[in-house]
Design a protein around this ligand. Structure first.
Ligand SMILES: *Cc1c(COP(=O)(O)O)cnc(C)c1O
Length: 395
C-alpha cells in the first residue's frame, strides 16, 4: 500500500520540496487548530485552559503519539525545549550512571551543536572528562571500558550515512558504556525500534521529518527501567513530583515527567500534535521502501544527466537515511538557482547539496522533474548568475 498522502500537506503550487529533512512542510490541519487554540483556548479560556484544554498534560500526550514512530513504549517519551537542551540533559544523566568513567565518545559526523553541548557540559563538570571524536567507521573499535557514554547521531546530517543502532548499542553495552542516540534525521524517516535496541537514551527534534513547524520542541526518550535512577540536571519546577506544592526542595517526578523543565510551548505543541495526524496508518517499513526507491531513482537520474556532481552519500541504501547529498564546488550557487525554479533543497558547507526524500508527499514524478531542473541549470551554467552567488545567513 502506498504511503503517499500529498493531499494532507499544504505545499505551495509549483514547489518540489526536497528539504523536509530540515524543516518539514505545513500540514493542512495545523492552521485551523492554531486558530482554534488562539481564539478559544487562549482568548476565551485564558488561564483555565491549563486544566480544561489539557495544556499541562500536552508534553506527555504528544510524547505518546511519537513513541510508536520510535518503537518506544507509552510513557517513555517527553516533549519540550530544543534538541540542544535534550542532548545536554541526556548526556548529564548518562555520565552520572557511570561515575567512575571519564570518556565521552562521539564521531566527527555528529552535528556541531551536539559536540558543543557536550563540550560545555564537560567543562562545567570540571572532572577531567575527555570528549573523544573519532571517524564514524571507528566508533565500534573505539569503545572500551573507559567510555562512560557514547553520543551519536544515527543519520549524518551532511552525507546521510546511517549508523547501525542495534550493533553499536550492543557493543557499547558489552563494555559497560551508556548509549545516547540523536534521532534528528531518523524520527519519521526510517523505521526505529528503541525498545528492541535497548539503548538508554534517545533525543530528537520534531520540525524535520515530523513536520512540527519552525521552533517545534524536541523529544527525549529514557529507557523505562532507568527512569527512577536518572537525575535531571535541569531541575525545573515542572519536572518536580508535585510542581504545585511549591516545595523549596527539588524532588523529581517518578516518571518520564522528570525530564520536563519549565512551561511547555503550548502553541508549538499544538501545531505538532495536529501535524502528527498525517502518520495515521503509515507503515514505516513501506515508508522506508518508498524512500529508498525515490533516492535510488534520484541518484540514477543525477549520475546519468549531471556528471559534474559527485555522490557524497553511501551508495548502498542500507547505509543511508532518507537523504542524498552530492558534492559540487559551486553547490551553493546551483542550489540557489534550483530554489529559484521551485526545487527546494539545501546546502551544507563546504560543497554539499542536500536533498531529502519524504514519501508522504513526494513521488517519482517529482524526482524526475527536480533532476530536469538541475540538468538545465548545469548544462546552461545558469548558476553563474550574480544573484545566486550571494550567501545568505541560513543556507
Ligand atoms: C537539527 C539538529 C539539531 C538542532 O538542534 P536544535 O537545538 O533543535 O536547534 C541538533 N542535532 C542534530 C543532530 C540535528 O540534526
Amino acid at each position: 500500500m502506498s504511503v503517499l498522502r500529498k493531499e494532507l500537506f499544504d505545499l505551495p503550487p509549483g514547489v518540489i520540496y526536497l528539504d523536509g529533512n530540515s524543516l518539514g512542510p505545513l500540514t493542512k490541519q495545523v492552521a485551523a487548530r492554531l486558530t482554534q487554540l488562539v481564539t478559544d483556548e487562549w482568548g476565551n479560556g485564558l488561564i483555565r485552559s491549563w486544566n480544561k484544554a489539557g495544556w499541562m498534560a500536552q508534553p506527555q500526550r504528544v510524547g505518546d503519539m511519537i513513541a510508536p514512530l520510535l518503537g518506544a513504549p507509552a510513557a517513555s517519551v517527553m516533549l519540550g525545549d530544543t534538541l540542544s537542551i535534550k542532548v545536554y540533559q541526556a548526556l548529564s544523566a548518562a555520565l552520572e550512571l557511570r561515575p567512575e568513567r571519564r570518556v565521552v565518545l562521539t564521531d566527527s559526523g555528529n552535528f556541531p551543536t551536539d559536540l558543543y553541548m557536550a563540550q560545555g557540559l564537560l567543562q562545567s563538570l570540571d572532572r577531567g572528562y575527555e570528549l573523544r571524536i573519532v571517524a564514524p567507521e571507528q566508533v565500534s573499535a573505539a569503545l572500551d571500558e573507559r567510555v562512560a557514554a557514547v553520543l551519536l547521531t544515527q543519520v549524518d546530517y551532511r552525507t546521510g550515512r546511517l549508523h547501525d543502532m542495534q550493533a553499536i548499542t550492543q557493543r557499547a553495552q558489552a563494555v559497560g558504556a551508556v548509549t545516547i542516540w540523536d534521532l534528528a534525521h531518523s524520527a519519521g524517516a526510517i523505521p526505529l525500534a528503541l525498545e528492541q535496541a535497548h539503548c538508554e537514551f534517545a533525543v530528537g527534534c520534531t520540525y524535520k521529518y515530523l513536520n512540527g513547524g519552525p521552533g517545534a520542541p524536541a523529544f527525549i526518550y529514557v529507557r523505562p527501567d532507568l527512569i527512577e535512577r536518572v537525575r535531571p540536571c535541569l531541575a525545573g519546577w515542572l519536572g518536580h513530583a508535585a510542581p504545585f506544592a511549591f516545595d523549596p526542595d527539588y524532588r523529581p517526578a517518578a516518571s518520564i515527567e522528570r525530564m520536563r523543565v519549565g512551561t511547555p510551548p503550548v502553541l508549538q505543541l499544538a501545531a505538532l500534535e495536529a501535524a502528527l495526524a498525517v502518520w495515521t496508518d503509515v507503515d514505516m517499513q513501506a515508508l522506508r521502501r518508498a524512500s529508498v526507491a525515490l533516492a535510488e531513482r534520484f541518484i540514477a537520474e543525477v549520475e546519468a544527466r549531471c556528471p559534474a556532481l559527485t555522490l557524497a552519500s553511501p551508495r548502498d541504501p542500507e547505509q543511508r537515511g532518507s537523504q542524498v547529498s552530492f558534492s559540487f564546488d559551486q553547490g551553493y550557487a546551483v542550489m540557489q538557482a534550483l530554489i529559484a525554479r521551485g526545487v527546494i533543497g539545501d546546502f551544507r558547507a563546504p560543497d554539499i547539496m542536500r536533498f531529502g526524500f519524504t514519501p508522504l508527499y513526494l513521488d517519482e514524478g517529482d524526482i524526475v522533474a527536480a533532476v530536469d531542473a538541475l540538468q538545465v541549470i548545469l548544462d546552461g551554467e545558469l548558476w553563474r548568475a550574480p544573484e545566486y552567488q550571494v550567501t545568505q545567513a541560513v543556507t
